[in-house]
Design a protein around this ligand. Sequence first.
Ligand SMILES: C[S@@+](CC[C@H](N)C(=O)[O-])C[C@H]1O[C@@H](n2cnc3c(N)ncnc32)[C@H](O)[C@@H]1O
Length: 216
Amino acid sequence: MQKPDIHRLYTTRHHAYATMIKLVGHEAMLTKYFQRIAFPDDVRVLDAGCGAGALTKSVCTVLDEQKIQAECIHGFDFSAPAVQDYATFAAQHPEHHIAVTQCDARVIDSGLSLHWKNYDYILSSGMLEYLDKTALAPTLKQLASRLHVHGKIIVFISRNTWLNKLFLEKIWQANTYTETELRAVFQTAGLKIQQLRPFRTWGYVIEATQSFKQID
Ligand SMILES: C[S@@+](CC[C@H](N)C(=O)[O-])C[C@H]1O[C@@H](n2cnc3c(N)ncnc32)[C@H](O)[C@@H]1O
């Protein structure tokens, strides 16, 4: 279901990834994106594939700017060193009630606490491309089941360009996606895309909600 070495890659190359995202200003790019959102008071957020917390840190920056305290920010990742680093950041920011757990995205139903639900925002940056392409729709579906009825999922995922095929597919073992593929996958997962557009040079950002079918 997933290239077998991804777990090892993100356990052994954890520091290489941390250095790379510092160099490219990943957290600042995410902060800029989230500054467009007016987060509600007591917002509930899930960071799926949180790594050491770049996305969560950017959300905290924006919440602080908007003078909002989160009801909770939860993160999960399957890499132990990443979870440890995330936990260190969480401990330094008690005001946002941040918690983290080690979990594989493909087994959320059995791996995540049943209390981890009703999220206003489920956010994921740079993780879902590591799943086998066939696992993407089922994983999105499992994630979406943890959304609040009015919640939104925002996914940053690698875009299929020749440069990304060289850099992300060869060096970082990630899959890359076309817009057509993503539209099909989100539909299969029961998600309604509100917006899909390029994000910086490496990705697409997709904002979606659950597409509830009208029952006659
Ligand atoms: C490129 S990093 C992104 C980390 C963070 N979201 C960020 O924006 O910096 C990918 C992360 O996804 C995690 N990951 C990959 N496959 C996963 C899976 N099946 N379940 C949970 N985490 C996974 C890796 O351990 C790694 O921390």
